[in-house]
Write a protein that binds this ligand. Structure first.
Ligand code: UDP
Length: 344
């Protein structure tokens, strides 16, 4: 019998790519999503890519314990990958209660259900935002976390700690929970089929959807936030990772859990490429790849942005046997193909 993985937030951007890669690796997947920040476009895309019409889908809010418990009652869940969370940094600053209550309660409910159903493996989608403005770059998993710049960032730090504490407590109990936190850098791009990708609601906050929407004519002009940083071209440096590469890191992490290869009950991995790319460089590469001349202007820095952040992925490369493979050009081409697919 193949192992069963519950993907909470599985209809969203990263969750849908992870579902595809889990199924390609032979796992059974159960998807739970309240569709608060997406519609069924990506889930339909997942069905097309995998050729599977029978993926169990629960339209539930993980903040409702009874609904989460029902999923665990109806399926023997071997691992949970938890994505179900709000992710707009700016909104989290103006709506902290909404962010803390949603992001913390949904994760606590997942952990409680996992515990009440005999324990399982839990993979938490964390973020490189926990490193803040790091002094030494690239960052390793040992780089100290810094106070978060937003309630969103705080929820990532808090959920990491909750998972660590639950793993510790359950290690001597009947229902054991093992945990992995994956710290994502900047996921971009779309599936090579162009059937799933990022679908921001309203005006995009993130760089690549803003670029592709400008290129297709949905937005007038891209604002590049700051060209006076002490970097080579004055713009910020980030570690942009292809979403399919990122999804494969989840499969590698889940396999490590199932195969008993974890060295500790709770582990953390940086999921990045190790390659810093500037915002301006990314814009230029996009123009080359798409053949579209982008309208952009340099504007003031965006509050809360760190100047530079990129990963040292050595630990993940070695321990997970995983490495980001796609070039930035391939990834940008996939993002552009997805935007054009949406316009069809
Ligand atoms: N950025 C930009 N214009 C935009 C969106 C983002 O110049 O419309 C810059 C932003 O200032 C940052 C980088 O692109 O330096 C990546 O931002 P994003 O919001 O995609 O991810 P973050 O690194 O903030 O998680």
């Amino acid at each position: 019998m193949s192992k069963k993985v519950l993907v909470s937030g599985g209809a969203g951007y990263i969750g849908s790519h992870v579902t595809v890669e889990l199924m390609a690796a032979g796992y059974e997947v159960v998807v739970a999503d309240n569709l608060s920040n997406c519609d069924l476009t990506c889930f339909e895309g997942v069905k097309k890519i995998t050729g599977r019409d029978d993926i169990p889908f629960y339209q539930i809010d993980c903040c409702d314990y009874v609904s989460v418990d029902k999923v665990f009652t109806e399926h023997k869940i071997d691992a949970v990958i938890h994505f179900a969370a709000f992710k707009a940094v700016g909104e989290s600053v103006s709506e902290p209660i909404k962010y803390y209550s949603n992001n913390l309660v949904s994760f606590l409910n997942i952990l409680e259900a996992a515990k009440n159903h005999g324990g399982c493996n839990v993979l938490f989608s964390s973020s490189a935002t926990v490193y803040g403005e790091a002094k030494d770059l690239p960052v390793t998993e040992q780089t100290p976390r810094m106070p978060a710049m937003s309630p969103y960032g705080n929820t990532k730090t808090m959920c990491e700690d909750i998972l660590r504490d639950v793993v510790y407590a359950t290690s001597t109990q009947d229902a054991v929970i093992k945990g992995i936190a994956l710290r994502y850098f900047n996921p971009i791009g779309a599936h090579p089929s162009a059937l799933i990708g990022e679908l921001p609601r309203g005006v995009p906050n993130n760089l690549v959807p803003y670029i592709t929407q400008t290129a297709i004519g949905k937005r007038e002009c891209l604002s590049i936030f700051g060209n006076d940083y002490p970097t080579e071209d004055g713009t910020c440096l980030r570690d942009f990772i292809d979403v399919t590469d990122l999804a494969k890191a989840h499969v590698a992490a889940v396999a490590r859990m199932f195969e008993g290869r974890m060295k500790k009950g709770y582990e953390i991995f940086n999921v990045g490429t190790g390659r810093p790319v500037s915002v301006y460089e990314l814009v230029t590469k996009f123009e080359q790849v798409s053949g579209v001349k982008l309208d952009y202007k340099f504007v003031a820095r965006r509050e809360g942005d760190v100047m530079a952040l990129w990963a040292d992925p050595t630990f993940a490369n070695r321990e997970l046997g995983w490495k980001a493979e796609r070039t930035i050009e391939e990834t940008l081409a996939s993002a552009w193909a997805w935007e054009k697919h949406l316009a069809e």
